[in-house]
Ligand binder design. Sequence first.
Ligand code: UDP
Ligand code: MG
Length: 323
Amino acid sequence: MSPILYMVIPCFNEAVVLDETSDRLKKKYETLIQNGKISPKSRIVYVNDGSNDQTWEKILEKHNASHLFSGINLTRNRGHQNALLAGLMTVKNLADCVISMDADLQDDIDAIDAMLEQYNDGFDVVYGVRDNRETDTFFKRNTARLFYKVMKILGSQSVPNHADYRLLSARALDGLEQFQEVNLFLRGMVPMIGYPSATVYYKRGKRFAGESKYPLKKMMSFAIDGITSTSATPMRMIFWTGLAVFVLSVLTGIYVLISHSIQGRTVLGWSSTMVAIIAFGGLNLLAIGIIGEYIGKIFLEVKQRPRYIISDFITDDGTEKKK
Ligand code: UDP
Ligand code: MG
């Protein structure tokens, strides 16, 4: 039997892209349904992440035009990762498999066929990996590459260089549900689920309308979150640095003692003292900063606040339900 495929698409101020995205996805779905690749019960679900433009109205309009489209409305902006999780958890019991994707069609929707093939071959997780990012800026491409390199060095598990374009089976979603962390970094969490996974390569396109919702500042905090919520290695590095500095200071102490008592030399100079004070002052602050980052994460985790609150979920018969 052909699987019920749901797509989950987080949208933050994406009113200008939804017409085009919906048109293309509808065509894709119609072909897939016609060819018996997916069940007619398959749906496309937009998650409105507290947009302050006409995104939610647009989603309702899409649903009224075709019940292929459904929508989830969050009470406020919670960020890409939370919006995505809200969508995944809401459709979890309705679908056989779910593909998550961005609203701006940067991810090639023709890769859906290949993802479905892998799903039919028994893979529970199928990563969409960008094999070409010519359309992203030089800066974005290279900072992203650097980030994944750092992740690889620091992480206990590898994070594939992919955006959140991936297929998850129903049981993989059940697995994901058990991860109750508040600091979400899905790219780092999904490999931890552990079911068989496969990779599909695709070309990353340009955002065809609207602006990126990830300016430099957001990108940097996403990177720091990514590292500190998947790996404790930076703290371990502080320990090793501290140890190295301690050994160095013992050696220096011995040297100073010897030069003072045997060779009769006194204080060597002002510059070396200053350099040491500045260097270790900086190192201390950096170390405190890294520890602070983790304590901040613990703080957020222990509060156990909800990761999202859903105000509306459009069901198939056209009614809006409070969940
Ligand atoms: N997004 C969201 N909430 C946010 C920021 C972004 O739901 O607070 C969505 C956005 O609408 C898009 C996806 O996350 O569908 C990826 O964002 P974007 O395309 O702006 O990121 P980029 O491709 O530039 O990294
Ligand atoms: Mg984009």
